[in-house]
Ligand binder design. Structure first.
Ligand code: PHE
Length: 502
């Protein structure tokens, strides 16, 4: 019988007694594994071979694991530095040993937390002693790490578990295929198999010469393994932001634009935030040194906002009785929320003539001088939005969130009353993290107070919110640390593989 050359090669290299792995066959016949896999599936379809599939665990060093395989585990480096300092004789100051060990940053903690656990010595009130009998070359983790780095396999499951717990190795599952000749395959081989000319790719030459008319084309094999590619692509957060914009545009919203650096007037004063509010003076804020102040503020708007702060709004209104200074309002800062855009649009300074009914949004960065942790960064993307209409109620607000979040598969939003100087009533939104099961705050919202709206010249009701894009993405993808998606510690594997839900 006639078969394409690669199938002939696989058939001839395969055995009827013992399954041969694709990788072995590929090496034996000097063809790429993808070609061999493709040929094996074709032969299987023709009944000439069986393709046997097994899953195999593959243990790989992580980047950190590779680093330690080269430089030594931090606790071993600490032990060696301790020996050099004579800590096997008498205790030496921990600071001194750490200094000479060359360990830096998080590695110091890693070294200290594993040092005693693994019997390298003890740590007592700032002094370190070293056990002279400890032997790094017998340390099961060291042995396993070195074996893996040299491409070997490790049988010691405890050591592997420990390395996995320390994120020094990652275990992946992969499918391993082997090929076994069937009886029909053996029969055909004995009868004689010949290589037929088969064309894998159509070329311009073949088209020009007309050769294509007589050519035998190889079938497409949609089951063959493809190589792994990690091309550049849109960042997951950017993809999420695009998706949020699409959803909001679909819900009838228009996009707002405005400056990242803005006058406190739009960031705070227009929101009826008193000038002596702690967030306006201290921790929360990134002030600008150069230029320090905005050049111009609309005089009449300033006057109305100042009056609301001093006297309140309406017959029963009452102001803050606290100082109000235009100069203070002119100070420039990185916006701590994108509600500054809302203030610009509602007041008309953005140049847009907004009248009820209207819906606006932005998905833009906000900046806060927060303490970094798993849910806080110095900057994040805020999903700002507002709806202007007659007679809005809390049900409208909740219904809008339900509709919005349900587009991302999130249907169990919870609400908690809160306080904002500019909204009444006000609600925080919470969602359940799919991995940790914890309720995490995902946004803040409310119905703007007359003290805010009247000076801006708005007569209808306005409900509004600021939601965190990163938190929404956490609920959707299950990642746990905001630093996985932003900045230098980001999780490249997650960024490559994360699916964006549509
Ligand atoms: N500005 C609020 C924040 O940063 C969000 C918000 C916007 C709340 C509009 C109510 C109304 O958290």
């Amino acid at each position: 019988m006639k078969l394409p050359p690669q199938q002939v090669a696989v058939l001839e290299a395969a055995s009827a007694d013992e399954p041969r792995r694709i990788a072995d066959l590929a090496a034996a016949i000097e063809r790429p594994p993808e070609t061999v896999t493709g040929a094996a599936f074709e032969l299987e379809d023709a009944g000439l071979v069986d393709v046997i599939e097994e899953t195999e665990e593959e243990v790989e060093l992580t980047e950190e694991g590779r680093e330690y395989a080269e430089a030594g585990l931090p606790e071993v480096r600490l032990y060696e530095a301790a020996l050099d300092a004579g800590a096997d004789d008498e205790p030496v100051s921990m600071g001194e040993v750490i200094g000479t060990s060359g360990l830096e940053g998080p590695q110091v903690d890693i070294a200290l937390s594993n040092y005693a656990r693994k019997g390298y010595g003890s740590i007592d009130s700032g002094d370190l002693s070293a056990d002279p009998d400890a032997d790094p070359s017998e340390d099961a983790e060291v042995v396993a790490l070195e074996t893996l780095a040299a491409g070997g396999t490790v049988e010691d499951d405890d050591a592997l578990d420990q390395l996995a717990r320390r994120d020094l190795v990652a275990v992946r599952e992969r499918t391993v295929r082997s090929v076994l000749l069937t009886e029909a395959g053996v029969t055909e081989l004995m009868a004689g198999v010949e290589a037929a000319e088969e064309v894998g790719q159509l070329t311009p030459d073949m088209l020009a010469s007309g050769e294509w008319r007589d050519a035998e084309f190889a079938d497409y094999n949609v089951e063959a393994d493809a190589g792994e590619y990690t091309p550049g692509k849109t960042h997951v957060l950017r993809q999420a932001s695009e998706r949020v914009k699409e959803v909001l545009v679909g819900m009838g919203f228009q996009e707002m634009e405005g400056p990242h650096v803005d006058a406190d007037f739009y960031i705070n004063d227009c929101l009826f935030m008193p000038q002596d509010h702690p967030a306006r003076n201290h921790w929360d804020r990134f002030a600008l040194e150069q230029p320090e102040k905005i050049d111009e503020l609309p005089e009449d708007l300033v006057e109305r906002v100042e009056r609301a702060h001093r006297e309140g709004v309406g017959p029963d209104g009452d102001g803050y009785h606290s100082p109000w200074d235009e100069d203070f309002a002119r100070a420039l800062a990185l916006r701590g929320h994108t509600t500054s855009l809302t203030a610009r649009y509602l007041s008309g300074v953005a140049g847009e003539d907004v009248e009820a009914p209207a819906r606006y949004f932005s998905v833009e960065k906000a900046y806060r001088n927060d303490t970094l942790d798993a849910t806080h960064l110095l900057e994040f993307f805020q999903i700002e939005g507002w709806v202007m209409a007659e007679d809005l109620s809390v049900r409208d607000l909740m219904g809008t969130f339900q509709e919005f979040y349900s587009q991302f598969g999130i249907t169990d939003i919870e609400f908690k009353p809160t306080y904002n100087p500019y909204t009444e009533p006000s609600f925080e939104l919470f969602g359940r993290h799919p991995e940790t099961g914890e309720l995490i705050e995902i946004g803040n919202s409310g119905i703007f107070r007359p003290e805010m709206l009247e000076p801006l010249g708005v007569e209808a009701d306005v409900m509004a919110w600021g939601l965190a894009l990163e938190r929404l993405l956490m609920l959707v993808t299950g990642f746990e640390d905001i630093r996985d998606v932003h900045g230098t510690l980001c999780d490249l594997e997650f960024l490559r593989d994360a699916e964006v839900v549509y």
